[in-house]
Design a protein around this ligand. Structure first.
Ligand code: TRP
Length: 450
């Protein structure tokens, strides 16, 4: 990693940047959350809404965040304030960066809990615990894990410590190198499981379930869920991509890079769907079983398939790897902010932030057992954190970013920076000024009124 003129570290190559961005985007969102949300929303209606949201809202906002981050060259709060000031606008735009950083705290707290489930399942599957077990036994194992505050705390702690160590090592040593090793592995293992499914049944049914258009299920709620998930899966609406953009060199083409990241992220989510749903259908399991979906269904299949222990162990290793390259990106903006705004070193910033997030995670995991009866507006702590971030903070922060880019920044310089000629520039303007922001507002208002 080289230094730029301001002495702020910079990505050593655009390849390293793509890897880190893909590492952030591809995570539990693709492999744990996408399938269970598809299952809860009845299949293809969600998939179609999600693809639209990715293309028309997610993609432009991803570009907007990188562009703003590259202009600002600082943490998200100072970046937003500085870039706004340079355009003759109010420095209070910095609030957008701050709301993103807050979102990171909230997301990482429950994200780390699920990362812990995945870690725990590596050991469970590797030890052959599920061999020959039926659905009831596998479900009971999952329920027992949820019921044990101690078990959940241990694995949540291990996950959080791993994340903190990598972030504490700094962007070069941590994020870049980790992504380089882990991402190709991730693609490979998913491919192996999907391939196994083609030979072992349920594949056609899964394809129909995921892709046969059934618009009767396309309600406002499904739309909001799909919109929120588009933000979650691309890591936008939280300042992470703004922070990453601040490490981005001038020569990197934002549109092309965003296209690569969006395509890879979407392909991995769909591949996860093809790895998971055939197993669910061929074993007569319920696709709508919620956040436990991959944990209560897959072990049954791994327990009965040949080489299931190896494939299953690899699968949960993969999920954990993907989760860690994402969680380091959830922690990074907060650490960058503390490091630049306070006198704390990177190490101390990392430790302080991690402890606060870890404590919040404890509150989230207790909602599965000891605090099960404690609800905030009808939701347990875990669900409340998930909904508050995915359905509110991410879309609203992302909306602010795209409005800022489309309506507050000098458009000539944006056109130059994106390298677009007249026809494609007009298309970009229609999408960034109108389609993306209006889509977010419509989905939002419809849901609030419904
Ligand atoms: N995109 C990651 C996933 O799909 C989660 C994530 C990482 C994230 N960083 C983020 C979500 C920033 C929102 C904002 O698992």
């Amino acid at each position: 990693m080289a230094m730029n003129k301001q002495g702020h570290a910079q990505w050593s190559s655009s390849f390293g940047f793509v890897l880190a961005a893909v590492g952030s985007a591809v995570g539990l969102g693709n492999i744990w959350k996408f399938p269970y949300m598809v299952g809860e929303s009845g299949g293809s209606a969600f998939v179609i809404a999600y693809l639209f949201c990715i293309a028309l809202v997610g993609f432009p906002i991803l570009v907007a965040e990188w562009l703003i981050g590259r202009r600002g060259q600082k943490n998200p709060v100072n970046t937003f304030a500085d870039v706004a000031a340079s355009q003759g606008k109010s420095r209070s735009w910095g609030i957008v960066g701050a709301s993103g950083i807050l979102g990171g705290f909230l997301i990482l707290s429950f994200y780390s809990v699920i990362g812990g489930w995945a870690l725990n399942y590596i050991t469970k599957i590797a030890s052959g615990e599920f061999a020959g077990q039926d659905g009831d036994a596998v479900g009971a194992t999952f329920d027992a894990m949820l019921a044990s505050a101690g078990t959940l705390t241990i694995w949540h702690t291990v996950f959080m410590v791993l994340t903190a160590i990598i972030v504490g090592m700094g962007v070069t040593g941590g994020i870049e190198k980790t992504a380089k090793v882990l991402m190709p592995l991730l693609g490979l293992i998913l491919f192996v499981i999907a391939g196994y499914n083609v030979m072992n049944g349920g594949f056609g049914e899964a394809v129909a379930y995921l892709f046969a258009p059934d618009l009767s299920k396309l309600t406002a709620d499904v739309m909001l869920a799909a919109l929120g998930h588009a933000f979650f899966t691309l890591s936008i609406g939280m300042g992470i991509m703004i922070a990453y953009g601040s490490y981005l060199g001038r020569e990197v083409n934002l549109l092309k890079t965003a296209r690569t990241v969006v395509i890879l992220d979407t392909v991995i989510a769909l591949a996860a769907g093809l790895a998971i749903f055939p197993i669910i259908f061929s074993n007569g399991l319920d696709p709508a079983s919620g956040p436990g979906l991959i944990f209560v269904s897959l072990p049954i299949a791994f327990g009965s398939m040949g080489a299931g222990t190896i494939i299953g162990t690899l699968f949960f290793l993969l999920i954990t790897f993907a989760a860690i390259t994402s969680s380091i990106s959830l922690l990074e903006p907060t650490v960058e902010f503390l490091e630049e705004r306070t006198s704390m070193s990177r190490t101390v910033s990392t430790i302080v932030a991690s402890i606060v997030i870890w404590l919040l995670g404890i509150a989230a995991l207790l909602s599965f057992n000891l605090w099960a009866d404690f609800t905030i507006m009808g939701n347990g702590v875990f669900d409340a954190l998930d909904k508050l971030t995915s359905k509110f903070i991410l879309p609203l922060t992302g909306l602010a970013a795209i409005i800022f880019l489309g309506w507050q920044m000098d458009q000539r310089s944006v056109q130059q920076e994106l390298g677009l000629s007249n026809g494609t520039w007009t298309l970009w303007q229609i999408i960034s000024k109108f389609v993306a922001p209006i889509a977010v507002v419509i989905v939002f208002v419809t849901t609030l009124m419904g």
